[in-house]
Design a protein around this ligand. Sequence first.
Ligand code: PLP
Length: 427
Amino acid sequence: MDARSTRPPSVDALARTLSGLPHPLLVDAAREAIAVGAPQQAQALADARRRALHTGVVNATGVLLHTNLGRAPYGYVSVARPLTVEFDLETGERGSRQHPVGALLARLCGAEAAMVVNNNAAAVLLVVAALAAGRSVAVSRGESVEIGGSFRVPEVMDQSGATLVDVGTTNRTRLDDYQRAIDRGDVALVLKVHPSNYRIEGFVESCSVEELAGLDVPVAVDLGSGLVDAACPWLTGPPPAWLQTEPAARQTLAAGAGLVTFSGDKLFGGPQAGIICGRADLVERCAHHPLARAVRPGGLVLGAMQELCLTYLARDGASIPFWRLATVPVAELEQRARAVAEAIGPVPGAEPVPTQALCGAGSTPGMTIDSAGVAVPGDVLAALRRHDPPVIARVHEDRTVLDMRTVEPGDDRHVVSALRHVAHSHS
Ligand SMILES: *Cc1c(COP(=O)(O)O)cnc(C)c1O
């Protein structure tokens, strides 16, 4: 054997034979592969590094707002041209970052004013800090909850500099309880929190926003999931049954809330953002608080939110990916599931199946959406994830189920090719 071929290749020479990443990252992969005595593994290592980056996937989980997949699917193409983020075209002077989108959001929710921050946790933090720092916030014991992703009401209070005053009991809180808390101390705000992913049943009583609105401190309602209007005027049909238990921004404000807060990427169907919407004087105080600077959105989010608001106002729900996917008639999904099952060819045990999809992200807890999918035997999740684009599914009773509710029709061909690939690698 030639002595040269037993010598390890130079890192740079090996890196030049690799592809799929910028050169410095290929050099890293080459160096590591050589270090462990496996230069022939360098490309596999580079490929693994590539796959570990954020990647677009096909969501076949049946969970519309999948937290680990960034919640609502919302594609937004921005032009590489400067945006008037804080520029007034009329005067040529500095303009308002918040006003253009805020006005559209306010119009949508029937409010006086609105503003956008980076997420709903920031929205709640800002509201409490701006309206109640150094004073007290009254919260029902039944609403002092933790929402997924470690959003905990008592901890938000701590961070905001306000003092939490527990009101009522875990299962029952009445107007008297709030009134007593107000009479006793320095309550600046009543905060009502939608328990989202959590439900108390049985001997339960809570206070409606209408009742709370009669108190002489402002009421802020953290809605979380962000349904803007219970009437869903952007849909061609009536509001879907699975939305029944979901409080909506417009109706909550009409009932007398001073402010509502909600996420941009849950039922609102947009990018990650937090919305504060309600009385102009209260929104103004939030906008002028020093924290507002730390949680302000950039041009990408403002551009996306603005486009989404205009789509809602045009009552064009079919152009909002979340609403389009959520309201596809089940017969259409059944037909697509049958077509996928046929297209993968004869795979023993593969068949179209009825399924139940979910909103996800703590929205509409306990409610399911009729759907249809394709089931194949065994757990083939890992193989589906290795497909390009990766397909994310779930396992139910020893079968892998791909739910069509969360798949864009244009991606059905990827579902087919991923399933074909899996079937082949198993045979
Ligand atoms: C989801 C949720 C939050 C947190 O919102 P993020 O946008 O994830 O920061 C806060 N409160 C409620 C009630 C929620 O449902």
